[in-house]
Design a protein around this ligand. Structure first.
Ligand SMILES: C[S@@+](CC[C@H](N)C(=O)[O-])C[C@H]1O[C@@H](n2cnc3c(N)ncnc32)[C@H](O)[C@@H]1O
Length: 319
């Protein structure tokens, strides 16, 4: 089911820690607020806190770009990715359990408005199989504007725009990503539970050598971006649960005044991030850390180059 680590099809093999790479585009899913741009910062955090080889837990995984980046470069041992959205969950299961079949569909599915309509029906039908739900989620994510599954198709249904339905659907590149991920299937566990439940679980509470990264739905725009979004009370519950969590954790958010207030007991690290979802180009985000973490001193978590990670890695291996 899963391809070998030096897969002939994708031509990509497993890299080892110390070979920092540009893995920002590792995820097959496009994600509004995707955190690929902070992956290099998380690598610095792992290095600075001697968390190399630990388990990594992401209860709001979405496109899981940080998890994949850490895994592909062997910063972590195992990635636990969780998302309550059934389509996202089914997609990850499909990619890990039957990449050949998923890739066959990616290579042959028509990129037409008729097919887009068909995938929408599949996505909303109660009778669809898990594979069909996973594939329709992927299809709509890749053919809709900003990757919003419930949104409109790129180019409009009249396909009159400059960009058409196939603009984000490079079949070979997407299959290559799927196969690379499947090559790591023994080191990825996918689940679909409420994030709060995961934070309370033995997986998080019973282990000290692990990193918990929470990227909850945005406070301000969450409702328009994700099928599963949060109200203020939900955000407060997450704050309470994570604050009571013993081991290392990181939380990232849009820097809404309500979030700054909720986390006022913790030191904020603010930065700007490009949002492909809103085309408003940039938004201010904020990260919070558990008190036991050493925070890398950087100008912005979203602007860490591969060279900086390599330098930190060399320094870490000297000691
Ligand atoms: C901000 S996005 C995560 C983006 C991700 N960090 C990335 O880089 O692609 C938030 C995700 O949380 C999921 N989600 C929303 N409510 C949830 C809940 N209660 N439990 C688990 N996942 C949830 C959404 O389906 C969405 O995929």
């Amino acid at each position: 089911m899963s391809c070998s680590r030096s897969c002939k099809l994708c031509g990509e093999g497993r890299s080892s820690v110390g070979k920092a790479q540009e893995t920002r585009y590792s995820s097959p899913l496009r994600y509004p607020g995707g955190k690929g741009k902070v992956a290099n910062f998380v690598k610095l955090l792992v290095l600075e806190n001697s968390l190399i080889g630990s388990d990594y837990i992401e209860p709001y995984a979405g496109g899981a770009s940080v998890a994949l980046s850490l895994l592909f470069e062997d910063y972590i041992n195992h990635a636990y990715i969780n998302d309550i959205n059934d389509g996202v969950y089914c997609f990850w299961r499909f990619a890990l359990e039957d990449p050949d079949s998923l890739c066959r569909r990616i290579m042959t599915v028509p990129l037409t408005i008729d097919e887009w309509r068909r995938q929408k029906l599949i996505h909303s039908s109660m009778d669809s199989s898990p594979e069909d739900i996973g594939f329709s989620t992927f299809y709509l994510n890749r053919t809709n504007r900003s990757g919003i599954v419930s949104g409109g198709v790129i180019g409009g249904t009249g396909q009159a725009g400059i960009w058409k339905i196939d603009a984000r659907f490079n079949r070979e590149a997407l299959c290559s990503r799927v196969r690379k991920i499947a090559g790591y299937s023994s080191r990825i566990t996918v689940s679909k539970v409420d994030a709060a439940e995961m934070i309370e679980s033995e997986l998080v509470r019973g282990r000290s050598h692990r990193l918990l990264y929470l990227d909850p739905p945005y406070f301000v725009k969450g409702e328009g971006l994700y099928d599963n979004f949060y109200g203020f009370e939900d955000h407060r519950k997450v704050r309470d649960a994570v604050s009571a969590t013993p081991g290392p954790w990181v939380v990232s958010y849009d820097a809404a005044p309500e979030i700054l207030q909720l986390y006022s007991q913790h030191e904020p690290l603010r930065y700007t991030l490009s949002y492909s979802a809103s085309r408003a180009s940039k938004g201010t985000e904020v990260m919070y850390f558990s008190p036991n973490l050493l925070i890398p001193k950087v100008a912005s978590p979203a602007g860490i180059s591969v060279a900086e990670v390599t330098k930190a890695m060399s320094a870490a291996t000297l000691f």
